[in-house]
Design a protein around this ligand. Structure first.
Ligand code: UD1
Ligand code: MG
Length: 452
């Protein structure tokens, strides 16, 4: 492939009516990322140097998602849906930019793998003017058929225009195509709409290229790569496929998944070596877990970082901005949000820590919480190193607890505690001697009366 430049055109002007959703189709998520993000990530991984996303009217959210994933992405509007070739030509200005390779990818085929895109680019580097991605579906109905002759592709016949013999061809058009940049526009601009649907078919490019004495080839791949998503059921199937891929890749990289089929991963989940994940754990987007950490069952992690050797759960929730240092322990029914938990610190049971720092080696007791929200704004809690926060304490933010300080159980802390200080902020205990038996006698008498 060398240094060939590569423009990817992503067709995302479809309405996706069969999703029965107010959301544009390509924004539906698989493994934590939108379909569009999956496609753009694959393009980037395949060495794409530029991307053009073709959107329909009123699709500002699609444009925004494209720019979020790839700030350099150019957006083109296809005002009227007149077919796949018409959609590609909406990005004519990008094609005229002169990239060596032009990849055309549908926004609703999110499982496309970078290595497959690279194979298509290799075919261009090898002299083909067009490379088409073919596959053998279990049920070919609805797909265009690839007409091959002696290893070369001579045409693609859309099903609506195919005769009985052509319909019997088992190898179909997956929809993805690669064009050599030099000849792309010359071919695309010759495409007409003289067919059953009256649409500008991208697939006509093959016969046109042949007529121009240019070479077209088919690259065969597995159905998974080109699985198009049109319905919520297909979305769920693609999810299952991708989860399987992600779990396999994690295990190949040295992660122990005790019951892989119960662990949900995101496309960007990073799990280190010898990380152990017990059954039933959810990794939302943006999670990194360093080597040797142990994630017990029933944890939910989103945009969080777990340091080396840390232990989390069972039943722990790490929300966005949870940053656990080395050997941190976060136990059952503990929720952490936007907080740094420094090396060796512990919160082992029933706690909430938000907008805080818990210093190295500190212990946050059972049932203790920070009160970070006063009904109007969020405030910070800063807990130093080697601090002990007694059980069932409430730290009312903003508040600072100095290094080595001690907060007595059940305290409601509203003022800073200096380093090495002991804070007790609760009612003093009162004991009344011999009053228990009197109390019981009194209550007993009451009961009798009621029963008489
Ligand atoms: C297309 C192929 C067919 C192939 C199949 C694989 C053509 C003519 N046919 O058919 O050979 O087997 O995909 O799934 O290319 N789009 C636009 N604007 C348009 C039309 C389409 O952006 O005006 C986008 C759609 O959003 C979609 C993609 O292009 O992402 C493909 O369009 P679709 O209508 O699904 O094409 P198929 O009929 O499935
Ligand atoms: Mg389709």
């Amino acid at each position: 492939m060398g240094n060939r430049s590569c423009l990817a055109i992503i067709l995302a002007a479809g309405e996706g009516t069969r999703m029965r959703s107010v959301q544009p189709k390509v924004l539906h998520r698989i493994a934590g990322s939108s379909m569009l993000a999956h496609v753009l990530d694959a393009v980037r991984a395949a060495g794409g140097t530029a991307a053009a996303v073709v959107i329909g009217p009123d699709a500002d959210t699609v444009a925004a998602e494209a720019r979020r994933v790839l700030p350099a992405a150019e957006i083109f509007l296809q005002a009227e849906r007149l077919g796949t070739a018409h959609a590609v030509l909406a990005a004519k200005a990008a094609i005229a930019g002169g990239a060596d390779d032009v990849l055309i990818i549908f926004g609703d085929t999110p499982l496309i793998r970078p290595q497959t895109l690279r194979r298509m680019r290799d075919a261009l580097a090898g002299g083909a003017a067009i490379a088409v991605l073919g596959f053998r579906p279990q049920d070919p109905s609805g797909y265009g058929r690839l007409l091959l002759e002696g290893g070369e592709l001579v045409a693609i016949r859309e099903e609506a225009d195919a005769g009985a013999a052509e319909r019997a061809i088992p190898i179909c058009n997956g929809g993805l195509m690669a064009f050599a940049g030099r000849t792309a526009l010359a071919i695309l601009e010759r495409i007409g709409r003289n067919n059953r649907k009256g649409e500008f078919y991208l697939t006509d490019a093959v016969a046109i290229a042949r007529a121009m004495q240019l070479k077209a080839v088919a690259i065969e791949t597995e159905e998974d790569d080109v699985r198009g998503i049109n319905t919520k059921a297909q979305l769920a199937e693609a999810e299952a496929d991708l989860q399987e891929r992600l779990r396999k890749a994690a295990m190949e990289a040295g992660v122990t998944l005790v019951a892989p089929e119960t662990v949900f991963l995101s496309a960007d989940t990073k799990l280190g070596r010898d990380v152990v994940v017990e059954p039933f754990v959810y990794f939302g987007p943006g999670v990194t877990v360093e080597d040797n950490a142990l994630i017990h069952s029933f944890c939910h992690l989103v945009h969080a970082h777990v340091g080396k050797g840390a232990e989390v759960g069972p039943f722990a929730r790490l929300r966005p901005g949870a940053q656990l240092g080395v050997n941190v322990h976060i136990g059952n029914f503990v929720e952490i949000k936007a907080s740094v938990i420094e090396d060796g610190a512990k919160a082992n049971h029933l706690a909430y820590i938000g907008d805080s720092r818990l210093g190295a080696g500190s212990n946050f007791g059972a049932g203790a919480i920070v009160c970070n929200y006063d009904g109007i704004a969020k405030h910070r809690t800063d807990i130093g190193k080697g601090v002990f926060i007694g059980s069932n304490s409430a730290l009312v933010a903003p508040v600072k607890i100095g290094d080595g300080a001690y907060v007595a159980t059940g305290s409601v802390i509203t003022h800073d505690v200096p380093a090495d200080g002991l804070a007790i902020a609760r009612e003093r205990q009162v004991v009344k001697d011999n009053r228990a038996s009197r109390l019981r006698a009194l209550k007993g008498a009451g009961k009798k009366k009621a029963g008489e």
